[in-house]
Design a protein around this ligand. Structure first.
Ligand SMILES: Nc1ncnc2c1ncn2[C@@H]1O[C@H](COP(=O)(O)OP(=O)(O)OP(=O)(O)O)[C@@H](O)[C@H]1O
Ligand SMILES: [Mg+2]
Length: 345
């Protein structure tokens, strides 16, 4: 019993003024109070215990949380690293895609350079003969005739120079095409660019597959102004669209009847302050089930090893970077048209 209550009991028992009943009643009250005190102290004790266990549990939870936070942090770092590795791999893939498309171009480029080289060879041979003739006339003293021959030689030299430049331009374009960093925007003749890549693509495919034959047409609007683009980038877009189109028509040719005439048409026009480039083919079209996927990186229906599936995804990125848009219209069994819109200003 509580010490103070015991003192009170002694005090009550010794008090001579209290009757026996009064003492008994008071003692009962003191004993009740003591019981209540005991219960309260028990409760307090229990609360203290609960408090202590809660504190321990809390400490454990905090530790667990800390461990989890660390694990998440580690996962994050790992993820970040994978992301960086993925980006590097993607960059490499883009570069190898560029090199691959350059490979596709080589045969076309060789074909394109052959023409100016033929001119250079022929005109230089002819000029050589003209100089001999000129010397003969000079010996004879016919100055007038010698002058006329000199004029011919000058004309030939101009042609040689022109074709030499043409060959140099083709080589320059080829080198720009393979460069890894993105080039500079410059005022570009879109019609000439389309024409160049159409011929390069066609002769490239012809060189790879002698049996390949398709009609190709151009329908260029000559009033299109030069527009500011990175020529080798837009060239790659056009090249990819044209290659896809030629692939589609030669694919259809394999199963179509003999009346089928594979055709690819590249056209340009001006519309609402934009330049439109269209590449249309009469191949098999794109099934509705895959139409949404064709712009995704690595999506391809070409046989393994023939396509990376990066062509359209890169084209999309390039056109977007030029503030333009690219869309597709297609009808299964009838053909496909890709349309690029580029802003003029
Ligand atoms: N003109 C087209 N006609 C029919 N299908 C097309 C045409 N152009 C693209 N496709 C479809 O879209 C897919 C993706 O084209 P994309 O140019 O991105 O890759 P790819 O041509 O398969 O490969 P890569 O361009 O790397 O050679 C093609 O595999 C084909 O299924
Ligand atoms: Mg492609």
């Amino acid at each position: 019993m509580n010490r103070h209550l015991q003192n009170i009991i002694i005090f009550i028992e010794q008090d001579a003024h209290l009757s026996a009943e009064e003492k008994a009643a008071l003692l009962k009250q003191v004993k009740d109070a003591d019981k209540e005190l005991e219960i309260t102290s028990f409760k307090l004790d229990r609360t203290e215990k609960v408090k202590r266990t809660t504190a321990i549990l809390l400490e454990e939870t905090i530790q667990e949380l800390e461990q989890k936070r660390k694990a998440i942090e580690e996962t994050n770092t790992a993820l970040q690293k994978s992301l960086e590795e993925l980006k590097a791999a993607q960059q490499q893939l883009i570069q190898s895609e560029k090199m691959a498309s350059l490979g596709e171009l080589t045969a076309g480029i060789a074909h394109e350079i052959q023409n100016p080289l033929n001119f250079v060879n022929n005109f230089s041979e002819v000029s050589n003969e003209l100089i001999d003739e000129m010397n003969e006339e000079l010996e004879k003293g016919d100055i007038e005739e010698a002058k006329a021959l000199a004029a011919d030689v000058k004309q030939n030299l101009e042609k040689i120079n022109h074709h030499g430049h043409r060959a140099a331009d083709i080589v320059k374009g080829m080198l720009q095409h393979s460069r890894s960093n993105t080039g500079q925007k410059e005022p570009t003749d879109i019609n000439a660019l389309c024409d160049e890549y159409l011929r390069l693509a066609y002769h490239g495919l012809r060189a790879k597959d002698k049996s390949f034959n398709a009609k190709f047409e151009t329908n260029f609007n000559s009033s299109i102004p030069k527009i500011n683009v990175v020529p080798q980038d837009i060239g790659r877009v056009i090249l990819n669209l044209i290659n896809n189109a030629f692939f589609a028509v030669s694919d259809k040719k394999k199963t179509a009847n003999e009346n089928y005439e594979p055709a690819v048409i590249v056209s340009t026009k001006k519309e609402n302050g934009k330049v439109l480039i269209s590449v249309r083919d009469n191949g098999n079209g794109i099934p509705a089930t895959i139409k949404d996927k064709i712009f995704q990186p690595f999506f391809t229906t070409k046989p393994t090893g023939s396509g990376t599936g990066l062509g359209l995804s890169l084209s999309y990125d390039i056109v977007k970077a030029h503030g333009g848009e690219i869309r597709v219209e297609t009808k299964e069994g009838e053909g496909t048209e890709f349309i690029i819109k580029l802003p003029i200003a």
